[in-house]
Design a protein around this ligand. Structure first.
Ligand SMILES: [Zn+2]
Ligand SMILES: [Zn+2]
Length: 375
């Protein structure tokens, strides 16, 4: 860091500002990072630039001459100073893709495809397979993705000699600077397709309808996305294919609602059945089963049918069916029924019942009712 600024620029201590500028331009053309990737050259370029910043400014130069050193005049040292006018000049080159590398390949990855499909609750329980159709791009069978008419091939670009980039001359305060830019004739590919395939217009792929069979495992949820790698759009010029995403929408079921791996339903039984007990048939996804209502069952009580629910994703055991009991109290009684009930009340000593109170929402039925309301 103690290099003498005049030595760095190769000028005498009496050099004019013009001479200093000229000397710096000359050095920058060989040392700038966009021209010379050598780390040693980059280091030297920093020092040279710092020397130029100081010596090209009369005030700073005077301070430097008086022994102020590089730390004076608002320079913290290193390369942190603003030098944008010079770097702007190189921006075209530094922002360029593939500088110093080969041509840009014509191949491009195909896009991903998102397709929505509906599945039933039964499909969720057992898993299923579905055919999904969608518009997409498929490989061109005329050119096999080469983009060229059969029997022809791409020609080396004469404008850039196949390199894919051309030299660009830019004017700057340092004079003419040479940078690299993508070749406008071949678009940076390095070769030119003179006879593009007539079926795909030289893209190597054509629009088409495609049908894919999707395996949908049991336990999927509403909104689950299934990814099928490489089943999306075919890439340009035989590039890699994108992915197909199938988003599932689970349709509502008339009888069952899913709760985790369980299937929940509500069974309405008459008051007498709750009191006396009953065997009630229930159509499940595994066929008809019998729900055994014990004598004396209460509203909101739950009866479990083991192992008839859903197998969650990546698990082996099925959930249950849970039957919540709803007890129907008769709203209209004829004379005979009223007599019978009054007789029953009398026998049970319930003619003048003492009410037992419970906070709303804390009884089992309250909880169930609240839950059903939320749906
Ligand atoms: Zn083609
Ligand atoms: Zn070219």
């Amino acid at each position: 860091m103690n290099d003498d600024y005049y030595d760095l620029l190769g000028v005498s201590r009496e050099a004019s500002t013009d001479e200093i500028k000229k000397a710096y331009r000359k050095l920058a053309r060989t040392l700038h990072p966009d021209v010379n990737p050598d780390p040693e050259a980059q280091d030297k370029f920093k020092k040279v630039s710092q020397a130029y910043e100081t010596l090209s400014n009369p005030d700073r130069r005077r301070q430097y001459d008086m022994g102020g050193g590089p730390g004076m005049g608002g320079f913290p040292g290193g390369a942190s100073f603003d030098f944008s006018d010079i770097f702007d000049m190189f921006a075209g080159a530094s922002g360029m893709r593939g500088r110093g590398q080969g041509p840009t390949p014509r191949q491009r990855r195909g896009g991903d495809v998102l397709r929505r499909t509906q599945v039933s609750l039964r499909d969720v329980v057992f898993g299923t397979e579905q055919e999904v159709s969608f518009r997409t791009a498929v490989g061109c069978d005329r050119c096999q993705g080469s983009c060229c008419e059969p029997g022809t091939s791409p020609k080396r670009c004469s404008n850039c000699s196949g390199s894919g980039h051309v030299q660009k001359v830019a004017q700057s305060l340092l004079g003419q600077m040479v940078t690299m830019a993508p070749c406008p004739v071949c678009g940076g590919h390095g070769d030119v397709i003179e006879s593009p395939c007539t079926q795909c217009s030289g893209h190597g792929r054509v629009p088409s309808e495609r049908t894919v069979t999707v395996r949908i495992p049991s336990g999927v949820e509403d909104g689950t996305r299934i990814q099928l790698r490489g089943e999306g759009e075919v890439g340009e010029a035989d590039g890699p294919s994108g992915d197909l995403f199938v988003e599932l929408s689970v349709t509502d079921h008339d009888v069952f609602v899913r709760e985790g791996s369980d299937l929940v339903t509500r069974l309405s039984i008459p008051m007498t059945a709750a009191a006396l007990g009953a065997s009630i048939p229930l159509e499940t996804f595994d066929g008809e089963r019998v729900v055994e209502v014990e004598p004396g069952s209460q509203p909101g009580e739950e009866i479990t049918l083991k192992g008839l629910g859903i197998t969650p994703l990546r698990r082996a055991t099925r959930g249950d069916i849970r039957v919540e009991l709803d007890v129907k109290i008769p709203t209209r009684l004829d004379e005979e029924q009223r007599d019978l009930l009054e007789k029953l009340a009398s026998v049970r000593d319930e003619e003048k019942p003492a009410a037992t109170s419970g906070r709303r929402g804390h009884t089992m039925f309250g909880k169930l009712r609240d839950r059903l309301r939320e749906r």
